[in-house]
Structures are given as C-alpha cells and as structure tokens.
Design a protein around this ligand. Structure first.
Ligand code: S3P
Length: 476
C-alpha cells in the first residue's frame, strides 16, 4: 500500500471505521466469511508476522501521554489496535502514518486528554478497553465504552474495582459489562492494590491510572504477568520501582511525570508467531524461519512447552530492541509427545492454549492443561469452544472446569465446520488443524482474524497452506 507522508490513519481505513457502532456491527454480521483449510504441503520459507498486539496498544497510549512526536515502527495494524488509535485520536492525539509505514503520534501530555465526543468503540478488544479505562479513571471526564458482542460479555469489574479506589465512578451494564461509563476523578488518591487475578490488563489499568495521580501508587502481583507496561514506563523515563515483597512483586510508580516523546519499536507478536510455529511442527517436511519475534520472558511459555514436547525450535540472532528481547525462530516438523503443562506457566502463554491444543492433537499420548480458569473469560469461553470444535473434528479431548486434556492421534479426521464465537484465536487454531487433517476444516467467520493477525491467510498460504474462502451457499 502506497501512502502519502503524514496521511491521517483513518484515511487509510476501510469505510466501516467511520461509521456508527451499529453500522459496524451490521457490516460485521453481513461480511462474516467462512474459510476452509485444506491439507497443506510442507511449509517452507522465511516469514514476517505482524507486530505485537500488547505492545502496540501500549505504544499508542504512551505516545498520546507524551509531549511531542513519538515514532512507532512495527505497529500491529489489526482492528484491535486501530480501535485504540481511534480512541487516542478522540481524546486529542494526532496520529498519522508516514511513507515508510511508521506511525507518528503527537501526544497531549499526562492530564491533557480531551473528553471524547462519542463513546469509545473498542470493538473486540479487552486489552484496549481495560487499559484505556485505567487511563481515563484519573482524568476528570465522562467516557463511555462500547464494544462488540464478545467484548460486551466480558467482565470489567476486575478493573473497575481497583479504579474506584482512586475515586473514579463506573456505571456499567448488568454484572459491570459494556456499555460502561467512567466518570474520572479530578483529584485522585494514590492506592496500593494487590491484583487478585493473574492479569496484565488489570495491573496495567492501575499503572496507567497512577500516571495522573500525585504520589506513589503500588500494584502487588502474586503471579508475574507480561511486563510490557513496566518496560514501556522505563523507556519513557518514568520513575518505576519493581521490588520483591515476600513471595510477591511490588511495582511502584510515582505519578504526574512530564513525559517527552520517544521512538518505539514493536517486535513480532510471539502469540501470533505461535500459529505458523504449530503449523510447521505438525506438517511433515516443514522448515520455516519467523523473523524478529518478541522473546519477552513473560510471553514465551508456549515455546518452552513445545520444546518440552520435543519440538525442534531454535532461537537465532538473539538481541535487545527498545528494552524487549527479540530473536528469529527456526521451526522444523517434529514428532511431539504429550506432557502435563505446569500450571504456573499459564500467565506466560495464556493466549496460546487454543493453538497448543492443535499441537497436542498430533502428539503421542496425553497433553494435560489445567489451571486455566481465565480461558473462560477471554474473547470466548476458550475451554468450551475448543472442546466442542476438537470433538467435531474427531480429536479425543476431555473438558475440565479449569482446562482440558487432549489425546493425540494421527487419525484426527477434521471435516467439520467450527463456530468461532467472535474469537480470532479460535478461528486461526482450527484453520491450522485443517492443514494437517485428511478432510478440510471450515470456520464460520474468518473476518475476526483481522483483530490480531491481518494477512494470516495469505501468509499461511505462502508457506504451503491451502486456506480459501468457503462458499457455504444455503448454510450462510
Ligand atoms: C494482555 C493480557 C492478557 C492477554 C491479552 C493481552 C495485555 O489478558 O490474554 O490478550 O496486553 O495486557 P489478561 O490480563 O486478562 O490475562
């Protein structure tokens, strides 16, 4: 795509971004497109996977809070992140893209956010919604959040509880879900908060609220979760202290710093890279190289787990870019063996269980995945949805309250149509399954993949996959 210098980001977007929430939802329903994945040939070649979703949200937010122009290279241009860009624009940031594809954010400074004229439509993104709720909780405006059917069913009390302690008020729908209105507080009080659930989103919402709060706010984390917010704060020179406190970690931020613009680099998303990784591991004869993958230790549990299962995965050219470790990953087809995944590894691979189930379906023996209650409140109930889909595809799987056990077999049939429930990772996982089964696997909605992995189908087909639009005729 050729772009003029300094073109505003929304001018590059599909028209639906400029339409109302209900129009977007209607367009989404009308454009739900089935995709069918047929057996792949051996996967070969170097690939580049889109940028990290977690870091991209944070980069746009931090650019907005800094004075001056921050440049972001490698930003994920998926729907979730574009919704965050749109929200930042609605609150005063000037966001554009240059001729090299880098994103330029002219920020307004901490305390400089404007009240948005319209509700912030966060689409499918729990991360965007929860992080920005933190941001506006300590800004004296009223901000309404809306989202798609999946996001509107996800729990927000986990962020509204700590944010109320700063003095903010929340009016949500039943059970504190979206649509939800935040009345930010003009004179917030610093808090100390022990996060009751292993969640980087909750931790980050509190840390972002702390930025416009005088004094020191402390978040106590019992289980370490992804630390991109902390690294980003350090990158911007914010005073942040991370100290062990008994068995926990105390993260203390000194509020109301003056932030000046910084350049940011977004590595490839290790969660997205897990899809071609698993596809190569289960497709005989495959040998692929994925470039520039983020290797933050709080994100790479999936690679450790696959290696524990016997995967041939090599990390090449390891380096540090803007405070984040990065490597190129070489993956070769491997005969995997089932394992019991340690429960304490869950936070470092929480988004990767759906695709791990696909690897497990072709491993020798059982793969036991437990301690995953959080999977039930992701974009879909990922335990229930994976179990139903796997069973329809002939995979032996047992559902537990807190996870699942998959028994591997070379005889998984495929041949089913799987419901994705507005969940991008469910869609991609089952398309990977279809690359290996004798009968094709169809997913009912390929459009959801745009939230995190634009270009997924083209990229997988370029490697040796055969994923195509399915004409469902009457079944539509
Ligand atoms: C994210 C944190 C995780 C993860 C999500 C992204 C983040 O959610 O599942 O995809 O960027 O902070 P939780 O904080 O709910 O575990």
């Amino acid at each position: 795509m050729e772009l003029n210098p300094h073109i505003h980001w929304w001018q590059t977007q599909k028209p639906c971004y400029l339409k109302s929430y209900s129009t977007i939802i209607n367009l989404k329903i009308l454009s739900m497109s089935h995709l069918v994945s047929n057996k792949a040939t051996p996967l070969k070649g170097p690939i580049k996977v889109p940028g990290d979703k977690s870091i991209s949200h944070r980069a746009l937010i931090m650019g907005t809070l800094a004075i001056g122009q921050s440049r972001i290279s490698g930003l994920l241009e998926g729907e979730d992140v574009l919704n965050t860009a749109k929200a930042m624009t609605a609150m005063g940031a000037d966001i554009s893209q240059d001729e090299n594809g880098d994103w330029l954010v002219h920020g307004v400074g901490i305390g400089g956010l404007c009240p948005p004229d319209e509700p912030l439509d966060m689409g499918n993104s729990g991360t965007g919604a929860r992080l920005i709720m933190g941001l506006v909780a300590t800004t004296p405006h009223e901000t309404k959040f809306i989202g798609d059917a999946s996001l509107s069913s996800r729990p927000m009390k986990r962020v509204t509880d700590p944010l109320e302690k700063f003095g903010a008020e929340f009016h949500g729908s039943e059970g504190m879900t979206l649509p939800l209105t935040v009345t930010g507080i003009s004179d917030p009080l610093p808090i100390e908060y022990a996060v009751p659930v292993a969640s980087a989103q909750v931790k980050s919402a509190v840390l972002l609220a702390a930025l416009n709060t005088p004094g020191k706010t402390t978040v106590i984390e019992a289980t370490p979760t992804r630390d991109h917010t902390e690294r980003m704060f350090e990158h911007f020179g914010i005073e942040i202290d991370i100290t062990p406190r008994g068995a926990t970690t105390a993260i203390t931020v000194t509020g109301q710093p003056e932030l000046t613009a910084r350049d940011m680099f977004v590595p490839t998303d290790p969660s997205s890279a897990a899809f071609p990784t698993v596809a190569a591991l289960i497709t005989p004869g495959s040998d692929i190289l994925i470039e520039n993958v983020g290797m933050n230790p709080s994100r790479i549990g999936i690679y450790t787990t696959l290696q524990d299962m016997g995967a041939d995965i090599q990390f090449l050219n390891q380096r540090l870019e803007c405070g984040e470790s990065v490597a190129d990953i070489q993956v070769r087809y491997s005969q995997l063996t089932g394992i019991t995944v340690p429960k304490n590894r869950a936070p470092s691979m929480i988004d990767e269980y759906p695709v791990l189930c696909i690897a497990a379906a072709f491993a020798k023996g059982e793969t036991i995945m437990r301690g995953l209650e959080e999977l039930r409140v992701k974009e879909s109930d990922r335990i229930a949805v994976m179990v139903t889909g796997l069973q329809a595809c002939g995979v032996t799987v047992t559902e537990h309250d807190d996870g699942m056990t998959v028994t591997g077999s070379e005889a998984n049939t495929g041949g089913a149509q799987v419901k994705t429930h507005l969940d991008h990772r469910i869609a991609m996982s089952f398309l990977i399954l279809g690359m290996r089964t004798d009968s094709p696997v169809t997913v009912d909605d390929g459009t959801v993949i745009e939230t995190s992995f634009p270009g997924f189908r083209t990229l997988m087909n370029g490697l040796g996959g055969n994923i195509e639009a399915a004409n469902m005729g009457e079944q539509n």
